[in-house]
Structure formats: C-alpha cells, structure tokens
Design a binder for this molecule. Structure first.
Ligand code: CA2
Length: 146
C-alpha cells in the first residue's frame, strides 16, 4: 500500500515558531514518527509539504497513479481551498484530514473545513498524534475495503 502524506502552508515552521500553539516537534520529527508507524503497518509513505495551494493540487493530481490514499493536513487552506477539495474529490482516493489543534475550539473561521466533506474523516486536537491516528485510520479503511 502506498500513501501520500501532504502538509500545507507554514507547517515547515513547526517546532521553530509558536511552540505554545503547535508544539515543539518539527515536521521532520512528525514524518519520522509516521515512517516508523508505516514500517510497523507495512505500507510505504511519500511526504510533501508546500506553502503554495497549486502545488498541493498538483501533488494530489499526481497521486492518482500509484497511490492508494492521502493523509493531509491542509493547514490554513482547510478553511478556504475549494481547489484542494476539488482535486481530492476528482482523484477519488480515500483521504483523511488531520490537524494538530482542535480547530473546533479555536476561532470561528477555523470551524469550517472545505476538505471534510470529501474526506473519510477528520482527526484534530491530538498534536502530532493526530497524524499517527490518521495514518492508522486511513490504513485500516483501505485494508478493509480491499
Ligand atoms: O491545527 C492544525 O494542524 C492546523 O491545520 C494548523 C494551521 C491552521 O491554520 C489550521 O487552522 C489548523 C496553521 C499551521 C501553521 O503552522 C505553524 C507552525 C509553526 C509556527 C507557525 C505556524
């Protein structure tokens, strides 16, 4: 099983700025933990981070060949990007949306996700564990639908 892990804008700054909001773990730390879990589960991961909406759209389009599912933290694009939602909907791959913070207990503008309606589900509020829970959920969903 091949899965794509997508990180949206500013997540490259994790662990380097605003640790009180987003924690002290860097994106490399999170990717390392995901890789370790993927090794245990027996699946392959590809990682991609971009601050540019169109690059994320292109990565989603590219996943249609050879990828079985997408784990995505769309970051701020969660709340604004019809383009990312349309790309996810178009490729039709199972997708799990994750967030470090609980977006539903933050500012009202973070309560809406453009992505959630095209995702299998959303996991938020567990810090970097949201990614690990999301990977397990995505893996199990794909395995059970085989
Ligand atoms: O909680 C999450 O994972 C978010 O997707 C993070 C986004 C935010 O816009 C979403 O509402 C919720 C922001 C990512 C910004 O990451 C930073 C990391 C370090 C320093 C500053 C920003």
């Amino acid at each position: 099983m091949n899965l794509l892990v997508l990180h949206g804008p500013n997540l490259n700054m994790l662990g380097k700025r605003e640790p009180q909001v987003y924690g002290t773990r860097t994106l490399d730390d999170i990717n390392g933990s995901l890789q370790k879990l993927a090794d245990e589960l027996g699946c392959d991961l590809s990682f991609y981070q971009s601050n540019i909406e169109g690059e994320l759209v292109t990565a989603i389009q590219g996943a249609v060949s050879g990828c079985d599912g997408i784990l995505i933290n769309p970051a701020a694009y969660t709340h604004t990007s019809i383009a990312i939602r349309d790309a996810l909907s178009a490729v039709g791959l199972p997708c799990v949306e994750v967030h470090l913070s609980n977006i539903h207990r933050r500012e009202p503008f973070r309560h809406t996700s453009m992505i959630a309606p095209v995702a299998i589900g959303q996991i938020c509020g567990f810090g970097s564990d949201s990614y690990l829970l999301g990977l397990r959920a995505l893996f199990n969903h794909i395995k059970n639908s085989d």
